[in-house]
Design a protein around this ligand. Structure first.
Ligand code: DAH
Length: 327
């Protein structure tokens, strides 16, 4: 046994480790799980008497420690050298940090918020995952209402009461339920529709929603507010109010803007239907209000003269970096 130990000791000492490959060969030769020289010796220990096991166990453990020490010495030397090499290598290229830019839709969103904050509106967010009541029923769109047809969306299979909101008008309901008038509120966010993607439509787009409730709010307040908004955004633009229909406003109108020799529809609006106010326990004998809603992508098409809304979501840096951030 002593001869065997001496031989192994010698082998450990004389093994030349120059590379990390050598290091691995060395480790496997002595400590490999199946055929490592020391591993086998450890296994053989089980077969001899306790008395001898103690003595030889100690010797084999010392050999094991010699192997481990040799591995450590190589590693610490070479890791330091690798480190030094790295620090001194001037050819390694630096890591450049790409600076992103604001998305054009975020820029428009910010402009709209700034415009309404100036006239006393506060900004709130609402959930994109809604229930049927907030998205439809409370807004005077009962189950069988034909306008549901135009706002088909994505429902949760397990619970069809839960859906992706089709418009930001649901924020009106959420806010009015929790607050007492007077208030002026703006909300902007994503909405969803079950629609095929084309140059003019997408299954997801952004809307801005505004509403104002107080005593004696009238249609002329609505007109004045929309006028102020359009002038602030477009300069001296020509606009018109066209009678329309929405289940949650009465009377309702659509607002068109004159550009490129034609009228372009940009938003819906109207006086909030007394039924909607009652649904959220606001006394429609005392309070009245107006609301409006508009598509941000649409607005951005006009402002930036873009022809296809799909470009907003292509993530094409050549398109995105053209927009200068003002904030
Ligand atoms: N929610 C409507 C839609 O998505 C837009 C709208 C129209 C919002 C009239 C309003 C409004 O607040 O008064 O088509």
């Amino acid at each position: 046994m002593t001869q065997k130990v001496d031989k192994i000791k010698e082998e450990i000492k004389c093994f030349h480790i120059k590379t990390y490959n050598d290091l691995e060969t060395f480790r496997i030769k002595f400590l490999g799980k199946k055929k490592g020289i020391l591993t086998i010796l450890f296994k053989e220990l089980k077969k001899i008497s306790i008395y001898k096991r103690k003595i030889y166990g100690k010797i084999i453990n010392e050999l094991k420690k010699e192997v481990q020490d040799k591995i450590k010495v190589f590693q610490s030397k070479n890791d330091i050298q690798n480190d030094k090499k790295l620090k001194l290598d001037p050819t390694i290229p630096g890591r450049s940090i790409e600076i992103g830019s604001r998305h054009p839709l975020s820029l428009i969103k910010k402009r709209i918020i700034d415009i309404f904050i100036k006239i006393g509106f506060s900004y709130v967010d609402g959930p994109e995952i809604e229930d049927d009541w907030h998205n439809f029923t409370a807004l005077n769109i009962p189950i069988s209402h034909p306008s549901r047809e135009m706002q088909d969306t994505f429902f949760l299979c397990k619970n069809p009461d839960i859906l992706l909101r089709t418009h930001t008008s649901s924020v009106q309901i959420r806010y009015m339920k929790k607050h007492c008038p007077p208030f002026r509120v703006l909300s902007i966010g994503k909405v969803y529709r079950n629609e095929t993607i084309s140059s003019r439509s997408n299954f997801m787009f952004h809307q801005a929603e505004g509403f104002y409730i107080d005593k004696k709010v009238s249609f002329s307040d609505l007109k004045q507010t929309i006028h102020y908004f359009i002038i602030s955004l477009f300069g001296n633009a020509k606009i018109r109010f066209r009678p329309s229909y929405f289940p949650f406003t009465e009377p309702s109108a659509e607002v068109d803007i004159y550009c490129n020799n034609g009228w372009l529809e940009i938003m819906g609006c109207g006086m909030i239907d007394p039924k909607v106010l009652e649904n959220v326990n606001i006394d429609s004998e005392i309070y009245s209000g107006f609301a409006f809603g508009l598509g941000i992508e649409r607005l951005a098409l006009i402002i930036y003269q873009i022809k296809d809304i799909r470009i907003y979501f292509d993530n094409d840096i050549r398109f995105l970096k053209q927009f200068k951030s003002e904030f």
